[in-house]
Design a binder for this molecule. Structure first.
Ligand code: ZN
Length: 110
């Protein structure tokens, strides 16, 4: 199964990443779509990790990112607001320098 080199989401039958679809109203997207609007080291999993952290009252990212299910856009699809995700990306980039990022974990383990 081929995966997108950027967000690691499975490519569709025509070899395209679903993350390359335009955002809804220029701001709402799936984790894959949001990952494509942020840095090259941001994967769909990174965005999901942020959502998990944003729901944890003990986490620094608590309350900063909302998870929304938009009606009529596919069963159970979670949408994230780019206007919230961009500052979260900056926070995780400047202060904990990739502590929660898959790529950097591999570097630490090496
Ligand atoms: Zn992608």
């Amino acid at each position: 199964m081929n995966r997108c080199a950027h967000c690691r989401t499975k490519l569709n039958a025509s070899g395209q990443c679903p993350g390359e679809q335009p955002l809804i109203r220029d701001r709402w997207g799936t984790a894959a779509q949001i990952a494509h609007r942020l840095g090259r080291d941001i994967t769909a999993k990174t965005v999901h990790d942020w959502l998990t952290r944003a729901a944890d009252p003990k986490d620094r990212l608590y309350g900063l990112l909302d998870r929304r299910n938009l009606p009529g856009r596919g069963r159970g699809a979670t949408y994230v607001d780019l206007l919230q995700a961009a500052p979260v990306e900056r926070m995780t980039r400047t202060s904990t320098r990739g502590a929660h990022r898959q790529l950097d974990v591999a570097v630490v383990a090496a």
